[in-house]
Each structure stands twice: as C-alpha cells, then as structure tokens.
Design a protein around this ligand. Structure first.
Ligand code: SF4
Ligand code: SF4
Length: 731
C-alpha cells in the first residue's frame, strides 16, 4: 500500500478511492492528453459558435429560470424522449449511463486533485464511496444495455425514421468499447486487490467485481493482471481523448448542442408566429432566402438535431408522400451552413473574421444543389400543413414550422413566387375579403333560420361576439355549423351578436403561406371593427380564427378574450344552460346510441392545448359512445388542410385526409392497431364500415378535408359533422 493511500484512507479496510492505482507517476501524461483533447474540442466549438453568430440577432437570455427549467425537463429529464417507451428507455439508459459516468469521473478528479492534494482530505471515502461505486456500476450496466440495443436496432431492425449511416454505428460502438474497457479496468484492479478488499468493500463495485471473479477463475498472476490493467487503462484513456476530439463533428455532437438548443428555444406561445415589422422601411429582406437570414438559434438547430426521426414519423406531409421531410429540412439547414462555412471565414481569428467580406446574396439556400441533391426545395416547403406534429415530437425543441414559414415568406414577399392556386387565393382575399372571391353578403347563412341573429352594427354591446369566419359565412357545409352555434347560443339565452358584413378574412392562412403583408393589411381593419363595440368575449368555431385572434392579434394591438365554440358550449352544458336531450325533438337517428369518434384539430389541440372541451360536449350527450382513434389528442394526425394547404394542390401519393378517414373508420369499427405511430396499411378503397357512426370535428377545414376523402371513395354510413351540429340536434 503506497504512502499516499495510507495517508488519505488509513488502511485497506476503509472503503476509499485509490486514484491512479497501479499508475503511480503517470498522471502527468494523462493530464496532458486530456488538456490537448479539450483544447481541440473548445477550439472546434468556438468555430461553430462563430458560424451560428453569422445569423440574425443574438441568442436569447431572457427568462433564464424558465430556460433552465426547460433544460431540466427536456434534456436532463428526457421527457419527450421517454414518450416512446422502447426507444425512450434505450436512450435513457445511454443518456443516464453516460451522465453518471461523466459525473463519477469528474468527482474522482475533484477528489484527487482538489480535495486530497490541496486540502488533504478524501471525498470518496466510507459509506459515500460504497454508494458511489454501487451507483456507477449500476449505470454502467444501463449504459451497456442501452448501447447494445441501439446497435441492434440500427443494424437489424433498421427503423425508417433513423439516419442509418456508418457514422452512427461507429460512434455507438466507440461508446460501447469505452464503457466496456472501463469495466475491465475496474475488474483487473479488483482481481489484484481481491484478497484485501474483495470481502469488505470491493463487492460494492458489483459489476467489476463479478468480472474480476471470472478473471480469478482463470487464475493468472497478479503481475499479469497489473500489466493488463495498465494496457486497458491507457486504451480507455485514449478512447476518451478520441471521443473528446471528435465530439463536435461526430453524430454525437447533440450531447453538447441539444441542451444549448433547449436553453435558447423559442418561448413564444405555440400558436404565435413571429411578426415582421412591415412599417420599418430599413428592412430590405423579408423571410429567409439566404443562409445569414436565419436567426442564430435557427442555425444552431441543425447541429442540435439528433436525427432521431421523430418529426419525420409524425409528419402528415411525409406520410402522404410529398417531398417534405421535417428532419431533412433541419439537416439541410446544417448542410447549407457547412457548405458556406468557407465564405463565412470559419476558423479565422475574430478580427480577421470581422474583416471578412460576406455578401449574403452569395449564399442562397432555397433549392441549393449540393452533390446532386436539392436542399430546401420549394415543393417541400409548400407541402407543410403547419400542424406542429414535428415540433411537438422534437426532443430538443426545434421549431420546424417557424423555419418553413420564414422560407415561404421569402418566396412570397421577395420572389413573388407562391404556388399558382395560392397566389389566386391571395388575390381573391385582397379584392373580396375572403379566399373564394365571394361578393355575397356574409349574412347569407341566416336565411331560413328560425332564430334571430343580432348584428353588432345595431346592438353595439353584447356579452358574446360570435366570429363567424369565411367558411362559416360562405361554405355551405360550414354554414350548418354556424346555424347550429346560433341555435345553441339562443337556446342558452346568451346575449350575443355577429359583425355580419363588417367581418372580413384575417388571412391567417395567408400568413402561414408566407404572405405577411396580406395578413397585416387584413388584421388591422378587423381590430378597428372590434374596437367599435363592447363585448366580453369572442367565440369562434374555427380553430384557425381562434388561434390567430387569441394569440396573434395582440402583436397588432388587438387584445381580446377568445374562446373556441367547443369550450363555450361545454361550459353552457356544464352550467345547465342547455340540456341536450334527443327525445325533445323526436330526432330518430340521434335517439339511437351514437358512436362518435372525435378528430382533433391541430390548431385547437397542439396549438392551444384544448382536447377536453369537445370531448366533454360529446360525452354530455345522452346515448353517445365516444371512441378514440389510434392517433388522438396531442398525437392526433392532421387532416391535411392547415398551413394554406386547403388552397393549394400538393401532389400526395397517399392523401393524408384519406389516411385520417381510414383511422377514423377503423376506430368506429373497433380496430385500433397496436402500433399507434404507423399509418393504417390499407387506406382508401378497401375501407369497409362495419359499425356506422359519426366523425366529429371542431374545425371547418377538417370537416371539408375529411368529407372530401369520404366522397372520393363513397364511404356510406359515416357522417362527418361539427360538434356544434351534433349538440344542436339534441336541442
Ligand atoms: S408542421 Fe406538420 S406538415 Fe409541417 S413539417 Fe411539421 S409535421 Fe410536417
Ligand atoms: S428535428 Fe428533432 S425530432 Fe426531428 S430528427 Fe431532429 S431531433 Fe429528431
């Protein structure tokens, strides 16, 4: 026993960290190796940060407590990763194993080089050291199990959503070897010391001790075990050095970048697009068309992406065979950054980099060709429904929708190149205040209605202002919803009114379609119209209207309390102000037990976290049996109509509304697949309705999309109706 150990720990009977056992005098080489590796790592990291900083603005440091909370929840707590059980636990094994071993190594260094050398004391001693060893061995096993399954998954199962390249396999194998050699180093030490500590505290390192027992069965001499210990110890140290040197450029770079990305993530409300100040005449570039138009945080996104493919698996546009893959969008941003790194003077001294002349126009990104591949193609950008399924799934909080809309803004505002049909719809909205160019009165839906529809121009002051929206005013199918809401409000004795012909389209869809100018011009007169009257709250049956008035109008000076009709009607039922009862009106169809499946609207659900209101409404109806689809609530599948898709023609090999209709019919038939994340295998013409029922919606776009799928394959015995219509039937 060397003097140093005796001085620190007393006798070998005392559990105590014997740092650098068998390597006395070799610390200096280790420290030099780690110093060189760390300098290399920080140098590469610094260059990368300089590259990100070529983007617009600065990294945000506001609300630091909330940002740290996010890091705790999403990075340390792995909350999104764990949503998918098997891959989630696999990653958790790797993550927590890696983190525990990293902390353990850091603690051993502090123990030896600070506590002992400077203060003559040991931290890793006694009971604490026993639990330290026990925990590290436990996490070593989790780590090995996670890595082994990850390798098996990549090499044998090959899930389509993963990036299945050699780079990932190599780094996983590298980690696997790293942890295995660490275990062997421990085992050789315990084999040599077995006589003295094996029966006292050696067994607390149970994994290493187990391997040591196998070595002892082989029965070689201590001197041989000591030699192997040194060989494996240095091999392990070299592996650590290689890991550190390659980290910022390896597929594992997300270890560094993901927590940073989470910390700097967007704190805006989910439904809230960043506004452009169109009145600022100094702005010459709208949207993102060149690399340096992205924000610093957007450029960081590409490096933070783990390539897990969760966004790809959830994306309705990818599912339906369009060129859009949200994962690829983020990776294309990274490829563009790498492509232009030379232009940006990557690696230069800050002074030289500042003097480096960069012409942003030399760095276009949309449709950029690299190695025969087209990056960020307009077709891909125009295929997005803005459903936010990708954003909701992303474990590192990347905001794909913001980047896609930013690039659409460039295509529309700078290049004047929206898709033809969308361009025509912009013109309709500019000329007539609605997407269809309809010049009829917005009160046409009131014809033949048995209830009075109060108009604000006459009433001036009401409790509830009902925002009807363009679909509700003009689309014959949506007019049924508008009439149903009018009937419900009247039956509940609500003091309500509508703007009538003072309403016009807010052009939220145009905003998602990149036309911020049209949105801005449309919103301001609406706010003026609202501000003429007195009301307590606005209700709307369209989640797109709901989202934009509630979350986006405040940026333009319009602050109102806004409620979706499903939330409001659920409240009217809960308060007993309406009592749905089918026997009241002798409706035979409705009097029978109704099987209903509810389709979640993205703009109500993922954008505004409202899943219960529509379900509560339906469950309050006598005789209703509510069944859930395979994908529902926060993981509901988009109908395919959002993000201005309803006004575009996107080529889809498997239309997403058809996929969704199939999921709905399967739910009504009682066939819920085990793997909820996969689209049904048989879509469309094979659909057989075994149990008739209703698909309830809470959005006019969803109703239109699902109904068009139903009509195209003539599915009978299925009704597609807004929740308000279903309730109004029972009044
Ligand atoms: S918002 Fe929806 S459609 Fe657009 S990329 Fe994300 S998942 Fe795909
Ligand atoms: S963007 Fe997010 S969800 Fe998509 S692959 Fe990257 S890390 Fe995974």
């Amino acid at each position: 026993m060397p003097d140093e150990f005796a001085k620190a720990c007393g006798s070998l009977d005392t559990p105590c960290r014997w740092t650098m056992w068998n390597l006395e005098g070799q610390e200096m080489y280790l420290y030099m190796l780690m110093l060189v590796a760390s300098l290399f790592l920080f140098g590469r990291l610094w260059i990368r940060i300089q590259l990100w900083r070529q983007g617009q603005g600065d990294l945000p440091f506001d609300q630091p407590v909330e940002r740290l909370r996010r890091v705790l929840q999403y990075a340390l707590g792995q909350s999104r990763v764990l949503r998918d059980r098997v891959p989630g636990f696999m990653h958790a094994g790797i993550f927590f194993g890696f983190t525990a071993l990293f902390i353990g190594t850091a603690l051993a260094t502090v123990d030896q080089d600070i506590a002992f050398k400077l203060f003559d004391m040991k931290l890793l001693k006694g009971t604490f050291y026993r639990f330290y060893e026990l925990s590290l061995d436990l996490f070593t096993l989790f780590f090995i199990a996670g890595l082994s399954y990850a390798l098996y998954r990549r090499l044998r199962q090959k899930p389509a959503k993963l990036t299945l390249n050699t780079g990932f396999n190599v780094v996983l194998f590298q980690l696997w070897l790293l942890v295995l050699t660490g275990l062997l180093v421990e085992a050789f030490r315990l084999a040599v010391l077995d006589d003295v500590i094996g029966d006292t505290w050696g067994r607390w390192s149970f994994a290493g001790w187990g391997v040591a027992q196998v070595l002892l069965v082989i029965k070689d001499s201590d001197s041989v075990w000591r030699s192997w210990h040194q060989v494996f110890w240095w091999f392990h140290a070299l592996q650590v050095a290689v890991f550190i040197v390659t980290l910022v450029d390896s597929p594992l770079k997300h270890i560094i970048y993901s927590p940073l990305n989470i910390f700097f993530s967007n704190l805006r409300e989910p439904g809230h697009l960043k506004a452009i100040d169109l009145e600022d005449e100094s702005i010459e570039q709208f949207g993102v068309g060149r690399l340096t138009d992205f924000s610093v945080a957007q450029l960081m996104n590409g490096d933070a992406c783990t390539e897990c493919g969760r966004c790809q698996a959830a994306c309705p546009a990818y599912l339906s065979g369009t060129p859009l893959n949200p994962k690829q969008i983020i990776l294309d941003i990274r490829s563009s950054l790498n492509h232009y790194a030379g232009n940006l003077g990557a690696g230069l001294h800050p002074a030289a980099q500042a003097a480096h002349t960069v012409n942003p126009d030399d760095m276009p990104i949309i449709g950029l060709e690299i190695d025969g591949r087209t990056l960020l193609s307009p077709d891909a950008l125009w295929a997005c429904t803005t459903c936010r399924a990708c954003v909701y799934e992303c474990p590192v909080l990347i905001e794909h929708v913001d980047s896609i809309v930013d690039m659409r803004r460039h295509l529309v505002l700078m290049e004047g190149a929206p898709p033809d049909l969308l361009g025509n719809t912009f013109t309709n909205a500019e000329r007539s205040g609605n997407p269809w160019g309809n010049r009829d009165s917005r009160l046409g839906w009131t014809e033949g209605l048995t209830v009075d529809v109060p108009v604000m121009a006459e009433k001036k002051k009401v409790d509830v202002l009902y925002w009807v929206g363009c679909s509700g005013a003009f689309d014959p199918n949506s007019q049924k919803t508008t009439r149903a809401v009018a009937k419900i409000l009247t039956a509940a004795g609500v003091d309500w009114g509508v703007l009538g012909d003072e309403e016009s389209c807010h052009c939220e869809w145009a905003r998602r379609g990149g036309n911020e100018a049209l949105y801005y011009e449309s919103v301001m007169p609406i706010i003026e119209a609202f501000n003429q009257y007195e009301f307590n709250l606005i209700i709307t049956h369209c989640p797109h209207c709901f989202n934009t008035i509630k979350n986006e109008f405040p940026d333009f000076g319009g602050n109102y309390t806004v409620v979706h009709h499903s939330q409001y009607i659920a409240k009217l039922i809960a308060e007993g102000r309406i009592k749905p009862d089918y026997s009241q009106n002798g409706n035979e169809m409705a009097a029978a037990v109704q099987q209903i499946t509810y389709h979640d609207s993205c703009y109500l659900g993922r954008y505004n976290d409202e899943y219960d209101g529509p379900r509560e409404m339906l469950e309050a109806l006598p005789g209703v049996k509510l069944v859930e689809m395979a994908r529902s609530k926060d993981r509901g599948l988009c109908c395919g109509g959002g993000g201005a898709q309803v006004f575009m023609e996107t080529h889809q090999t498997q239309p997403v509304n058809m996929v969704r209709l199939t999921e709905a019919v399967n739910a009504l038939n009682g066939q819920i697949p085990e793997d909820h994340t996969q689209a049904p295998r048989e879509v469309g013409t094979q659909l057989k309705v075994e149990k008739p029922g209703t698909i309830a919606t809470a959005c006019p776009f969803c109703t239109v999309m699902l109904d068009s799928a139903r009509q195209s394959i003539s599915v009978e015995d299925i009704e597609i109706r807004d929740v308000a219509e279903i309730v109004a039937d029972a009044l």
